[in-house]
Design a protein around this ligand. Structure first.
Ligand SMILES: *Cc1c(COP(=O)(O)O)cnc(C)c1O
Length: 366
């Protein structure tokens, strides 16, 4: 085995001053999304000569990097988002973590970064979840895990960095949208786009988000929760939201979702919904769906529901669609019945409340 394929042990250097239990309980009472953080983090370094090394769980603390670190100039950075759930009998479950590990490495390849061996990725996530177990909420809340990797080499030339840090932080989270299960409103962005053919749209990289923020700001300006991006070449085909995939439910019971062609992030929630829906006998077409079609289908009643999906929000019904020339409702503007029922089915699997016939739940032992 060479240095690059060896899985390092993860040293435990525990926080000597964790948040006291009473303060933690108070923090966990009113969770938003990504505002409260746990006591620990994982860091693992990579160098071209030495591979993965110096893996440890430590107190969560600021990172020290050189001002010339490549990530600060050329945005060589990728991330993942996943959740740990505590179920009613106290078991701790991750949902399809091997899918996150695999996608992380797809993102890494696209951004000319080293791959994290899947075994190391999952071991590091499990270690953090074990150490910060007290921070996993029960009920509808969960512990959001954010693995990420960035280029640390101090060098202003333009080429892939020779040094990286892989890090994982964790945040107990409640509902992603303030309105809870209420349907969200979306802004259809007809000027700015998110990803072009041959670009980085299928990689989970910070840069995609940086480029989407001005459109997200437009959405807020129009009192919408999220942006819907259209394709970059024709500004006609619906792609996805800033950080979520999208599905459409037709009156005849079938569903439509845009196909993965390199400009859309291949969501694990999307993939899971495709499986669950098809198992119910629902026809799901992965096909291009245009904004024109969306408008006319909503108007004619051919379209009855639409929802956004991703780890953070799970499934969120889309009620109102706003755009430069007006707005329209989907159905009666509320979260639809199929959206609600698919959401429940998925959440029950994630929380270990139903039979996991797909092997999607990954228990984390004590
Ligand atoms: C993470 C992400 C999603 C959703 O992926 P999940 O694996 O379902 O969480 C969708 N779109 C974008 C742009 C994303 O970054």
């Amino acid at each position: 085995m060479n240095a690059h394929s060896k899985i390092p042990d993860i040293a435990l250097d525990l926080n000597p001053a964790p948040v006291p239990e009473a303060d933690r309980n108070r923090l966990m009472e009113s969770l938003g999304f990504g505002k409260v953080f746990t006591d620990h983090m994982v860091t693992i370094r990579w160098t071209r000569d030495g591979g993965w090394q110096d893996a440890k769980v430590t107190a969560r603390k600021p990172l020290s990097i050189d001002p010339a670190a490549a990530v600060l100039h050329y945005a060589q950075e990728i991330f993942e988002g996943m959740k740990a759930y505590r179920n009613d009998d106290g078991r701790v479950l991750l949902f399809r973590p091997e899918e996150n590990a695999r996608r992380f490495n797809e993102s890494a390849r696209r951004m000319a970064m080293p791959e994290v061996p899947e075994e190391l990725f999952i071991k590091a996530v499990e270690e953090l979840v074990r150490v910060d177990r007290a921070w996993i909420p029960s009920g509808d809340a969960s512990l959001y895990l954010r693995p990420f990797m960035f280029a640390t080499e101090a060098f202003l030339g333009v080429r892939p960095s020779d040094e990286y840090v892989f890090c994982i932080i964790a945040s107990p989270v409640g509902a992603y949208f303030k309105g809870g299960a209420k349907a969200v409103s979306v802004w259809v962005e007809t000027h700015y786009t998110r990803a072009a053919n041959g670009g980085t749209g299928a990689a989970k990289c910070g840069g995609n988000y940086a480029g989407s923020l001005v459109a997200q700001a437009e959405a807020y300006k129009h009192s919408c929760d999220q942006v819907v991006f259209l394709d970059a070449s024709e500004h006609r085909w619906i792609e996805e939201l800033g950080g979520m995939n999208v599905f459409f439910v037709m009156k005849d019971g079938s569903m439509v979702t845009p196909p993965l062609k390199g400009t859309i992030l291949p969501g694990i929630t999307r993939k899971s919904i495709l499986t669950l829906a098809r198992e119910r006998g629902i026809t799901v077409d992965e096909r291009p769906y245009s904004f024109e079609e969306w408008q006319s289908d909503a108007k004619s009643g051919r379209l009855v529901e639409a929802f956004a999906c991703g780890t953070a929000a799970v499934l969120a019904g889309i009620g109102t669609v706003r755009h430069a020339d007006g707005e329209f409702l989907i159905g009666d503007g509320q979260t639809g019945a199929l959206t609600t029922s698919l959401r429940e089915e998925l959440v029950n699997i994630q929380k270990g409340m139903s039979n996991d016939s797909h092997g999607w739940s990954h228990p984390v032992g004590a």
